[in-house]
Design a protein around this ligand. Structure first.
Ligand SMILES: [Zn+2]
Length: 241
């Protein structure tokens, strides 16, 4: 973790860092402003100066691109000097479903990350989720996994192992409440039940390692379950309305 003297300004000098373009804005004929999500530095707004002849950065400043960005922090501005594309995720653009999921991840992170805060775990989560889409894992399950793990990183994820009321292990079926999952002893109604088999599935989807997920998810057939679970999960974001 690198400590920054100012929340969103680095000491003057050159930097070279791997990252991705979270957002891009045209800034009045002056080129573009990019929200780069950089390893060790977290998200930063960077200017990408325009060139009169051609776009000097080519495809490297498209959203979803991962590149090594060469940057310079002057006393007043943080700007992009050059970039070398490492992964363009071009195959995701051939599937509307996958592209939409990837854009949702980027939008969610643009909304929930703090500029200037190192967030390497979340950068790794984004990279891993993009790879899962590229590997043809079922989109609904990848979206569910990304969302639970993002909530986990921000301390908001509902436990999939323990009852939110009494703390006992969830072994059999459980029930969803606004606060999280509760065990059958704590439960007074039959509403929003989740069977033990489904509970097991959503646990695996969220918790298993990246490599195991690739193998497991391809034989998992319950798109409706993950769609429904995703709807519940998004209510745990504090900025959700
Ligand atoms: Zn309980």
């Amino acid at each position: 973790m690198i400590s920054l003297p100012d929340r969103d300004k680095l000491p003057q000098g050159s930097y070279s860092q791997i990252g991705t373009v979270l957002q891009r804005r045209d800034s009045y004929g002056d080129g573009q402003s990019l929200l780069l999500f950089l390893r060790d530095f977290g998200p930063h707004w960077v200017s990408a100066p325009a060139s009169k002849t051609k776009c000097r950065f080519g495809g490297a400043i498209e959203p979803l691109i991962w590149a090594e960005f060469n940057l310079y922090q002057s006393p007043t501005r943080f700007y992009l000097q050059s970039a070398e594309v490492k992964e363009d995720f071009i195959s995701l653009r051939c599937s509307a479903r996958k592209l939409k999921a990837a854009l949702k991840f980027y939008k969610r992170l643009s909304k929930s990350l703090l500029v200037g805060h190192e967030s390497n775990n979340i950068l790794t989560l984004l990279w891993s989720s993009m790879i899962l889409l590229k590997e043809n894992c079922p989109v609904d399950i990848v979206e569910y996994r990304f969302t639970w793990r993002l909530l986990k990183e921000t301390g908001l994820a509902p436990s999939l192992q323990l009852c939110v009321k009494c703390g006992s292990r969830l072994d059999a079926e459980a029930r969803w409440t606004n606060d999280g999952l509760i065990c059958s002893t704590c439960s007074e109604s039959e509403k929003n039940l989740i069977t033990s088999e489904n509970l097991k599935s959503i646990r695996v989807a969220a918790l298993v390692s990246h490599e195991k997920f690739i193998e497991w998810s391809k034989s998992e057939q319950k798109p409706a379950l993950y769609k429904e679970e995703l709807k519940r999960l998004v209510t745990f974001f504090t900025d959700w309305d």
